[in-house]
Design a protein around this ligand. Sequence first.
Ligand code: SF4
Ligand code: SF4
Length: 321
Amino acid sequence: MAKPKVAIYWCASCGGCEEAVVDLAEDILKVVDAVDIVLWPVAMDFKYKDIEAMPDKSILVSFINGSVRNSEQEHIVKLLRQKSQLVVAFGACAHLGGIPGLANVSNKKEIFEIAYKLTHTTVNPDNIYPQPVTEIPQGRLTLPEFYDTVKSLDQTIDVDYYLPGCAPPPDLIMKGVETLLSGNLPPKGTVIASEKALCETCPRNKTKPDKMVIKEIKRIHEVIADPEKCFLAEGIICTGPATRGGCGERCINANMPCRGCFGPTKEVIDQGAKFLSALASIIDANTEEEAKKIAEQIIDPIGLFYMYSLPTSILRRKQGV
Ligand code: SF4
Ligand code: SF4
C-alpha cells in the first residue's frame, strides 16, 4: 500500500522548526518509515515543479513553518494548500506570525533602508536595493517580492491544525504526527497543546503569594533569579498568565521566564493585551506618577508582550504605512 505523502516547508523562519524535526532523534525513523516525504527543501532536493505536477489533494499533510513575508512563500503555501488534504501551521511563526512578525512595527522601505544602507558594514553609495525583476544583458533576474506586512499562515491560506512553540517540542510533534496519521482527527482549528494557561501547570505557581503586587520590574539579566519562585511575583516579567501551556515549562525549568511562544489560550483574543492587563492588575502604585515610573522600566513593550504574536494581534502592524 502506498504510504501517505507529507510535505515540510519553511517560510520566514530561523530554521529552528526544521531542527525540531531532526530533534525527533530515533523517532524520525518511525516518521520516515510511515510516510513518503515529497517536499522538504532544507533536507532533500525536490523541485517545485514536482509538486505542481501532483494531483490536487494528493498530499495527506503539509507541515509549514515560518510566517509569510514574500511572494515566493505566498505562492508555495497556496500551492501546498491546493495539493494537500491537511495543512498544519508548524511553530510559532506560522501559528502567530512569530518573531519575524515584529517587523510589522516597520515597513519594507524602512527595513531596506536599514539592511541595505544604514548598517555600519554596508557600503551602498548608489542606493541599490533588491528588485523583484532586474534586466541584464544575459537575461532577466528575479527575486521574490518582499512584502510590507508579515502574516501568519492562516492570514494567507486556510489552516487545519496548529502545532505551537518556538520550536514545537519533539513530544508534541510526535503526538501531532501520530494523531494526523491515525485518521482520528481533532476538530478543525485545534491547537495541538494544552487548553490550560502555562501558570496552571508551572511548578512555581504555588509560590505566588495570595495577593501579588510588584513595585519594581527587573530584567532577567540584571538579577540572579531564585530557581524556586514565581518570576512575576519577583518582579521579573513572565508571560505565563497569558500563554498556553503544553511546552513542559521549558524556559521555566532553565530558570528563564516565559516569553509566550505557545500563543494565547482559546479564550484570549490578544495575548499581549491579556498579559498587559494581568501585569497592570499587580502593579502597586499609589499615584499616576509612580505607575508611570514603574511602566518605564518595561523596555520595548511591543517586543516583550507581542514577541510572537504581533501579526495576529488586534494591532497587527504599525498603522498608516
Ligand atoms: S508567572 Fe511564570 S513563573 Fe510564575 S507561575 Fe506563571 S509561568 Fe510560572
Ligand atoms: S516557557 Fe513560554 S516561551 Fe518557553 S517554551 Fe514554554 S511557552 Fe514557549
